[in-house]
Design a protein around this ligand. Structure first.
Ligand code: ADP
Ligand code: MG
Length: 216
């Protein structure tokens, strides 16, 4: 008889592995992210997010005993202080808001994860006043968050939920090449931002892809 083990929650250890996997992916793509930002902005996005994710991984050892909420809150505060530019406070807020939603938790059901993630994304949207279609990180994050809420709400497993999220984020970041920017530095370019992918949206996809690689 074969026993099928279903993973029904995302554990804190998996979330720690997520932070590490995302940092690795960002470090592997720093130059690309800088070039993408140089095309429609000032070219610092890769370097900035690299500082943020590396500060987050450096913080992990002292978060060994922390619950998920404390971990994300501290990581968000740290990233905010280390990253510059527009993306610093926005990225930091994604994590601090996720932290407030997961206070005291040591594991998350797919729905709890999705609700935590969308809370973070809505925090970013409130702060930056960007919506889907403005050619920002929100174009990857928000459709991903909505899709994960939907799939987990229908009883989707961890893998089904995250896979749906990463696919939505991919479509979302790819679509940023088809639209002009209405927020941030790239909005100064008007039509000239057409054809370029937004680096923040690309990094948003990378974040979900890192989690997919951890849970698959
Ligand atoms: P800057 O150098 O212009 O200060 P960064 O290079 O730190 O900005 O970040 C650029 C990224 O920030 C963009 O690719 C975009 O995804 C994101 N961004 C810019 N403005 C907003 C906003 N209002 N809301 C959400 N994301 C935004
Ligand atoms: Mg920049």
């Amino acid at each position: 008889m074969t026993t099928i083990t279903m993973t029904t929650t995302i554990t804190k250890n998996q979330l720690v592995a997520w932070i590490q996997a995302n940092a690795q992916a960002i470090n592997d793509h720093v130059d690309e992210l800088n070039r993408m930002d140089a095309a429609i902005g000032d070219g610092d996005f890769g370097a900035s997010i690299q500082r943020g994710v590396n500060a987050a991984t450096e913080l992990l050892p002292e978060l060994d005993d922390a619950d998920i909420g404390t971990m994300f809150t501290k990581i968000g505060m740290k990233m905010m202080s280390k990253m510059g530019g527009t993306s610093g406070p926005l990225t930091g807020t994604l994590y601090t808001k996720m932290g407030s939603k997961s206070k005291g938790k040591l594991e998350l059901t797919p729905s709890e994860f999705a609700e935590m993630f969308i809370t973070g994304v809505e925090g970013v949207m409130k702060l930056g006043k960007a919506k889907v279609g403005d050619k920002t990180m929100i174009d990857a994050y928000y459709p991903a968050a909505q899709k994960m809420v939907e799939v987990s709400g229908k009883g989707g497993t961890v893998l089904e939920t995250i896979e749906a999220g990463v696919n939505a984020a991919k479509t979302g970041y790819e679509n940023t090449a088809e639209i002009t920017a209405s927020k941030g530095r790239s909005s100064y370019l008007g039509e000239r931002s057409l054809g370029a992918i937004d680096p923040g949206a690309y990094a948003g996809y990378m974040l979900l892809n890192a989690l997919y690689n951890v849970v698959k």
